[in-house]
Design a protein around this ligand. Sequence first.
Ligand SMILES: Cc1ncc(COP(=O)(O)O)c(C=O)c1O
Length: 372
Amino acid sequence: MPILKPLPKRLLLGPGPSNAPPAVLEAMSRPLLGHLDPEFIDLLERVKEGLRNVFGTTNAMTLPISATGSAGMETALVNLLEPGERVVIGVNGVFGGRMAEVASRAGADVTRVEATWGKTLDPSEMAEAIARVRPKVVAFVHAETSTGVCQPVEEIATAAQQADAMVVLDCVTSLAGQPVELDAWGIDAAYSGTQKCLSCPPGLSPTSFSARAIDAVQARETPVQSWFLDLSLLAGYYAGEKRVYHHTAPITATYGLAAGLDLVLEEGLPTRFARHREAAARLVDGLAPMGFVPLVDAADRLPMLTSVELPERIRSLGEGSVRARLLQTFGIEVGAGLGPLAGEIWRIGLMGENARPETVDRLLEALHEILD
Ligand SMILES: Cc1ncc(COP(=O)(O)O)c(C=O)c1O
């Protein structure tokens, strides 16, 4: 009995992963190189440059961490925070809450600024907390995948800069689907994931650190509690002249990311962002007659992740069984609500390659078949 059996084909319209296009999958089937092979190091350098492009930065320390988005989150927080240091974290969904948990496990003194799930963080509340706490780091989520809220960045980042705090921004869902401008916004550390708008399989976390962030890591008094995610050690392999073994870089995943970045940059970021906005608008318009109501105010909605309150008809059928039917009969995955929104909303992702009118129409047709 083989372990690997045939697998169904799914249209992945949940909160991630999204579908990877053939060019990415083809890249991932190419022959392995060693992680110290000069050809692989050259590829890695090109990947780093591609990531700088999509992150809107010239940060030298821009690299794919060898694990999923959560590892990028940990890398940013455990390197920039030492035990007892103060951090202000915006929490308006699962991932802000997870940042607070990671920072607290790193021994930091965490101040949470909460907002209702489905609403943006109030920049003046963040600014007030920053002025009061005088933190070393301010952290928040750009695209809150648990709710579909897009957080405006600049006002909070400015308040942090005025207090001389570093800014950590979660770009897991936003990167390559909407503008991310680390340098223009003055962000010191940002992280993402490959499986959302970059349309690669999960497995790498693109990250970027400003020179100021790297200086802060070098000025630490205590060692970073994580050996694997210690940026000073990672720099020995990912930066500099001499590449020193730290861990074995995920070769195949890096090929996939390279191909994914090529597709993003060939398409052009403005065109790609417009495609995401148009697909989201088509989805919201198509769902409205069926009684789905967007959870988030129009001005604060993410283009790549739409959360919708469920109509009575879906509730009476059982939202879980409708999602199961979408999956089993139509091969379409959509996401359930999390935390207080479980059973209340669906989260529909139109990320990367999937942000296209034909994808939206496939979902709408399936829903019509189930509901009509
Ligand atoms: C906003 C946000 N941050 C962090 C993560 C964690 O990323 P991963 O699941 O790749 O570890 C996710 C995953 O969905 C996310 O959406």
